[in-house]
Design a protein around this ligand. Structure first.
Ligand code: SF4
Ligand code: SF4
Length: 272
């Protein structure tokens, strides 16, 4: 629900215009402001799945079809949602990805949990193989979904695979902190919350980290549903699971292999 606290995750300026809430019937935009009607008090979020095998073989900002296919589908789905909701007689405002902070909104809407990688939200089913959670503001009455805890945040405390894998050491190691240890260097404060931050100012988007996360697992891999169920209920075996994940090598793979693989449309196995 878009209350005063959730509104803080939307930027006060989008494209140089003020984002404001007013007691009006319909959204409107002028040369200086974008106006959200107060009655539009719901945030609808969605994500785009990302190829698992492509993610494990990403090799640079122009060699990661998994990310870019995923991003390219997000605005298309957004326009379809917008027209569908308009057809139902409601408003659907799409501020675009630069209009808000995706990860906190995704965590508050129960799509996933904050994790060590920081910018991707870890989802229960697909790990970090979902790209940016998009948000739309609407007056379509929606049932709020609460934040979830499936053990990911606790697992990250003992895991750290992504931080070890980052070629530039940009993912925060150690325990979660309230302040961003890299903010002095990067100039990016990234909010005050107890968690981890990635120094995105220096990140060349390789993006090796995405392919390493144990929560990306398929149903037939080691960290499958049974193990995820254990992680959700007790952190006692987390170190063991982390070591098993490393030993069984479910993470990164040789990028060259992808050319000889049979992969699914958009790289997405829709059987799970
Ligand atoms: S994208 Fe690459 S450089 Fe950036 S945080 Fe991930 S592993 Fe590190
Ligand atoms: S690789 Fe490990 S530490 Fe990094 S986000 Fe995934 S579970 Fe957390």
């Amino acid at each position: 629900e878009l209350d005063d606290d959730i509104l803080k995750f939307f930027h006060s300026k989008i494209g140089g215009k003020d984002l404001v809430v007013e007691d009006v019937e319909e959204a409107y935009e002028t040369a200086t402001k974008m106006v959200i009607p107060r009655k539009c008090k719901w945030v609808l979020m969605w994500s785009a799945r990302q190829s698992l095998e492509g993610t494990r073989r990403q090799a640079g900002i122009t060699e990661n079809y998994a990310v870019w296919y995923s991003y390219s589908r997000l605005p298309k789905v957004g326009v379809q949602f917008q027209e569908f909701i308009r057809g139902l007689g409601y408003q659907a405002l799409n501020p675009g990805m630069k209009g808000y902070l995706t990860s906190p909104l995704a965590a508050f809407s129960g799509m996933g949990e904050h994790g060590r990688m920081s910018s991707p939200t870890i989802t229960p089913k697909y790990g970090v193989t979902n790209r940016a959670m998009w948000a739309m503001i609407t007056d379509l009455p929606l049932l709020p979904t609460p934040p979830i805890d499936f053990g990911a945040y606790k697992f990250c405390k003992t895991c750290g695979i992504c931080a070890d894998a980052c070629p530039f050491g940009l993912i925060q190691k150690g325990d979660p902190t309230w302040e961003n240890p890299a903010s002095a260097k990067s100039g990016i404060q990234q909010g005050t919350f107890e968690g981890w931050r990635t120094n995105t100012a220096d990140c060349p988007h390789c993006p090796t980290c995405q392919g390493t996360c144990p929560f990306n697992s398929k149903p037939d891999s080691f960290l499958h549903a049974v193990v995820k169920g254990t992680v959700a209920n007790t952190p006692l075996l987390n170190s063991f699971f982390t070591n098993m994940e490393k030993a069984m090598d479910y993470g990164r793979k040789d990028p060259e292999e992808w050319w000889d693989m049979d992969d699914f449309t958009y790289g997405i196995d829709t059987s799970y």
